[in-house]
Design a protein around this ligand. Sequence first.
Ligand SMILES: Cc1cc2nc3c(=O)[nH]c(=O)nc-3n(C[C@H](O)[C@H](O)[C@H](O)COP(=O)(O)O)c2cc1C
Length: 305
Amino acid sequence: MVNLGINIGDLNFKNPVMTASGTFGYGPEFDDFIDVSRLGAVFIKGLTLEPREGNKYPRMAETPAGMLNAVGLQNKGIEYFENSIYPRIKDYDTRIIVNINGSYLDDYVTLAARLDKLEKIPAIELNISCPNVKMGGMAFGTNLDSAREVTRAVRAAYKKKLIVKLSPNVTNIVDFAKVVEEEGADSVSLINTLLGMSVDVSRMRPSLSTITGGLSGPAIKPVALRMVWQVANAVKIPVIGMGGIMNTSDALEFLLAGASAVQIGTASFIDPQASVKILEGIEEYLLKKGFKDISEIIGYINKKG
Ligand SMILES: Cc1cc2nc3c(=O)[nH]c(=O)nc-3n(C[C@H](O)[C@H](O)[C@H](O)COP(=O)(O)O)c2cc1C
């Protein structure tokens, strides 16, 4: 038997394989493909206070080693979530974590306070890193003072576990990780998408309506891995790593570099069973290598130089 459980503070997760926000809906979308309850956690689609239509189409484009998206946080808002979605997902036997987004500081605070009241949501992921929405999102995550301010305000309004999702679109991501740790974040997750663009030469127009968008998938993995390694070595709180994890080997790279858990994003679009296959692969790897506990491999490369 291998122990796959990990912790964020005193909150335990049955295993370190989680789904990345915006790539897994609310969970039930995947019920036909996998037993969602096998996962360590489901990070649900980005939530805002008011309903959002998202950006104009086209808002997805394939690139040679990944994809660009500019969905723009399309969702039906907190009220719909509380009344219609929460009752459907609250009984999954996994951790349900809500990814929250805002245009203004108060949006984040109000959302956090309302989610604090939902018994089956043990944590929120504060998205201060969305590159595709005007006003807010990345604006908070690319300025150190704003990142500090929003984390402090949400921490005051939210008593459960607070995970802050960092933007890679900064000069030094370690500074941001340290600031949010100082302000009481229980964990950091990284990376969100990297700002990119592509041009449709047949239409002679940008591929996305927003011109630029968020790049995800295999193309960003080496950058994500480098950032996760840097942050894991700089903070004491657990790091959740993501960015281009397509298979077991990719996930293991993040764990060995110091991530306590991993989120699977773009891979689920290609194979809806990717997350569970990666979970099985990690367990098999630990058995093969003779480890008894996942903690033995977290940050292993740092221990052995
Ligand atoms: C279509 C799409 C929608 C996304 N929506 C969100 C979102 O609502 N909130 C968020 O924090 N990240 C969002 N992300 C970013 C992912 O959660 C993840 O950080 C990123 O895709 C990198 O991981 P990957 O390369 O494994 O996909 C989205 C990504 C994609 C591809």
